[in-house]
Design a protein around this ligand. Structure first.
Ligand code: SF4
Ligand code: SF4
Length: 440
């Protein structure tokens, strides 16, 4: 297969990053890179989706890695996995034992080991400067489930119609299941026995996820649905937003700098300094200050809010709020030519400590893989659940569609992705955000 054919296949399949903001994958596929970094770090506590995908489809992922190295002319692949997963590392070392250009790299159990730039540094020693893409340093980074999705289309002609999801929290048996894209959470939750009568639904991990209603739908980026009893420490933290956050910043920030010293992006020399932003808020400075532009480099990992701050303040929320506002006003990150690790900031954040600190120890149980797919009667397939332009629907209301059929198209030359029907059915409605298909 040529490079152009490979890239076209990845685009056809509707593949977007399965582990983050959902960047369409075909856009990342540059030729002649030095490194392909494979993200199996799964640094959010409680989630086992990537672990189970690697455990069950390690061979398939290795096949597509070999294809990418050959077709894209990449020199080396480094596959990052937490060192605590000893058996899995052994298994993948066996699978790749004849591949001189694939290395399995054990990682410390720290947060955020799975952050794209942190992982690239841990696997290669390369620091991506602020405002630059990994490709500026000849690196491509992809999540393991993204690679498995590539295998599924190239070898089995199956586009992205399902998502592997960890179901965990206050449940009898945590599991990782396959769910058709567009399935409402309330249908997925029926698959699991809860241990509490009332619960909050956390979409994604405790650190970067958010609480949602049971009307939320599974998308191509849903890694976990975590069901927690009402009134957790975590829910309290995530509810402290907006004006309350600002008032608390004004009254309680001691300017101790812990938020900045533990910030993973600051450690990379990106000048991300949440304590300075807190100082700006405390002094009523809300515009025209270089203290505000520090927010542009924030990745929203929440380390500053949920781990570093001893006053339970929420600098991350203010950083993201200011970042969004600056972007809306057209302020751009000034790209750095180079950046290096700040060796003075050597403290790493152990994932176990996060679990304790957020009061989640009781729910920190392994979720095991179930060899079945949840079936959905009606799916609400998003046409824009990824970074970039929405796909354009090409079906009509009342039309019969087949599973795997393209129902909305992206454009290979822009940041957009195709969308496929996850079930056989009839198109019931098409809205600004989704195509609703009723199963037959
Ligand atoms: S959320 Fe906080 S710790 Fe994370 S990158 Fe932003 S400022 Fe740094
Ligand atoms: S860690 Fe908390 S108290 Fe200390 S500077 Fe940051 S926001 Fe202020």
């Amino acid at each position: 297969m040529t490079y152009e054919e490979f890239k076209a296949k990845v685009f056809e399949a509707g593949i977007i990053g399965a582990g983050g903001a959902g960047f369409p994958t075909h856009i990342k596929l540059d030729k002649g890179m030095d490194y392909l970094i494979i993200n199996g770090a799964e640094c959010e506590p409680l989630i086992y989706t990537d672990y189970e995908v690697m455990s069950h489809y390690g061979e398939e992922i290795a096949i597509i890695i070999r294809d990418m190295l050959k077709i894209l002319g990449i020199k080396k692949a480094v596959w990052g996995i937490k060192s605590k997963h000893r058996e899995l590392i052994e298994k993948l070392n066996t699978i790749t034992s004849l591949d001189d250009n694939i290395e399995i790299r054990p990682l410390e159990n720290i947060y955020p080991a799975g952050d794209e730039l942190t992982l690239i540094y841990k696997c290669t020693g390369i620091v991506i400067p602020k405002g630059q893409l990994p490709s500026s340093k000849n690196v491509i980074e992809l999540n393991v489930e993204t690679l498995y999705n590539m295998y599924e289309y190239i070898y089995n002609n199956t586009p992205v119609i399902d998502k592997y999801v960890t179901l965990t929290g206050a449940v009898e048996e945590p599991k990782v299941v396959k769910v058709p894209i567009g399935t409402p959470f309330k249908e997925v939750i029926k698959e699991i026995t809860l241990t509490v009568p009332e619960y909050d639904i956390l979409l994604g991990g405790p650190m970067m996820g958010s609480f949602v209603s049971s009307d939320a739908k599974v998308t191509r980026t849903t890694k976990a649905i975590i069901l927690l009893p009402k009134g957790t420490v975590l829910a309290g933290k995530k509810k402290m937003i907006g004006i309350e956050s600002i008032k608390r910043a004004m009254s309680s920030c001691s300017q101790c700098r812990m938020c900045t010293d533990l910030c993973p992006r600051n450690k990379m020399g990106h000048e991300v300094e949440p304590h300075r932003l807190m100082n700006a808020f405390a002094n009523g400075i809300v515009q025209n200050s270089d203290k505000l532009t520090t927010a542009l480099g924030c990745c929203g990992c929440n380390t500053c809010s949920y781990y570093a701050c001893h006053h339970d303040l929420n600098p991350a929320e203010l950083m993201m709020m200011v970042k969004k506002e600056l972007i809306k006003q057209g302020v751009k990150v000034t790209p750095m030519a180079d950046s290096k690790i700040n060796e003075n900031l050597s403290v790493e954040v152990p994932s176990e400590r996060i679990v304790y600190k957020l009061g989640l120890k009781a729910y920190d149980k392994h979720a095991s893989f179930k060899e079945y797919s949840i079936s959905a009667g009606r799916v609400y397939i998003p046409i824009g659940a990824h970074i970039g332009k929405k796909a354009v629907p090409i079906v009509s209301i009342g039309e019969s569609v087949k599973q795997k059929q393209i129902i909305a198209v992206g454009d290979i030359n822009t940041i957009s992705a195709n969308v496929h029907s996850s079930i056989n059915g009839i198109v019931k409605n098409i809205t600004e955000t989704e195509i609703i298909v009723e199963g037959r």
